[in-house]
Write a protein that binds this ligand. Structure first.
Ligand SMILES: Cc1cc2nc3c(=O)[nH]c(=O)nc-3n(C[C@H](O)[C@H](O)[C@H](O)COP(=O)(O)O)c2cc1C
Length: 333
């Protein structure tokens, strides 16, 4: 062959990311970036960052791709012009051999820019198609799971981190981040349960022992317990109602992420979220409000079926006034 093969470092960022996600399995990626516990979604990002800055990790990724796909590289090296490469790609796209074919094509010295981008488009289109097959049913199947149906194991710190990252991916006008999370770890739960009991006593001086026990249980029962705080940024131009929507969108993403990771979760508020003594004790600042507590854990018991409203109940189409009048005239003629 007249030229030498390309390597990972010579590809653009979007191609690096795409080929790392497509052509290297997570366990190999994990070995190369030397982060044993990293979740898949974070892993590709870490590997792509390493690939962009040439170094030992980039070399390891490149060598792993070459080693894993040595046979594809050998076969693709037999092609001597770009048209032949295009034909070979069309025959392999979508098949089991695609991960190797993708790496062999991207690094082939005769693959021109147009062919690399054709392959990129095919790979990403197939990936999106595959993801939408799994993501949408997952979203449609989310439901809240009451704390009494939740148990161990709780999410790990890393899984929790992914949930917060999902919350951070929600739409947010001005990127103000008008919310925050407070985690109540096991060691703090007894103190929290005392706050819950005290609040119940203040609100209901005649509360029975069973009522007080229930209030304490709200702090101790959930395997993982988070406070969701809404923190509108006061001196920003984004209207407060939009900041509240952004906080709600973040909350929704967090609950969806918990569900996507296989956990049950629920947001619950109640009177205690409006209690100034609890707000002060958990460290709320002025202007902040405690929107509720999120319980997360493994689902011990599936909640009963729910019936959702029909999409058409939430959806109408606007008719401009002139068109509306015309329609009414025609109808009455
Ligand atoms: C901010 C917020 C506060 C909530 N507080 C309560 C609550 O105190 N009690 C309750 O039964 N449900 C509460 N919910 C509703 C439940 O979290 C849940 O969404 C509802 O039971 C519907 O279940 P689903 O999520 O499976 O559709 C709250 C929801 C939100 C968004």
């Amino acid at each position: 062959m007249p030229h030498v093969r390309r390597d990972l470092a010579s590809l653009g960022r979007h191609l690096q990311r795409s080929v790392l996600r497509t052509s290297l399995p997570p366990d190999v990626l994990r070995r190369c970036v030397a982060s044993a516990g990293t979740a898949d979604a974070v892993l590709v990002q870490a590997a792509a960052d390493a690939a962009a800055s040439a170094g030992a990790v980039a070399d390891a990724l490149n060598q792993s791709l070459d080693a894993l796909h040595a046979e594809s590289i050998r076969l693709w090296a037999l092609e001597t012009n770009c048209d032949a490469l295009r034909t070979r790609w069309l025959l392999s796209a979508g098949l089991a051999e695609m991960p190797g074919a993708y790496w062999a094509l991207l690094t082939h010295p005769l693959a021109d820019r147009a062919l690399r981008h054709l392959a990129f488009g095919d790979v990403e289109m197939l990936r999106h198609a595959k993801e939408s097959e799994t993501t949408l049913p997952m979203l449609l199947g989310r439901r809240s799971v009451a704390p009494r149906r939740l148990g161990a194991p709780a999410p790990t710190a890393q899984q929790l981190d992914l949930m917060v990252q999902a919350a951070l991916s929600a739409p947010d006008h001005g990127r103000l981040g008008p919310w925050r999370i407070i985690e109540f770890k096991t060691a703090s739960r007894d103190a929290l349960s005392a706050l819950f009991e005290a609040e119940k006593r203040r609100r209901d001086p005649l509360a029975s022992a069973a009522d007080l026990k229930k209030a304490r249980g709200h702090a101790t029962q959930p395997p993982c317990l988070l406070g969701f705080v809404v923190s509108p940024r006061q001196r920003k131009r984004v209207p407060e109602r939009e900041q509240l929507l952004a906080a709600g969108a973040a909350l929704g993403n967090l609950l969806n992420a918990a569900h996507a990771l296989g956990f049950g979760a629920i947001m619950l508020s109640g009177d205690r979220c409006f209690d100034p003594a609890i707000a002060a004790a958990i460290g709320l600042d002025e202007g902040e409000s405690l929107a509720g507590f999120i319980s997360i854990g493994s689902v011990l018991e599936t909640p009963p079926d729910v019936t959702r409203p029909l999409s058409q109940e939430m959806w109408s189409c606007w008719t401009p006034a002139a068109q509306h009048a015309q329609q009414t005239t025609q109808d009455s003629a």
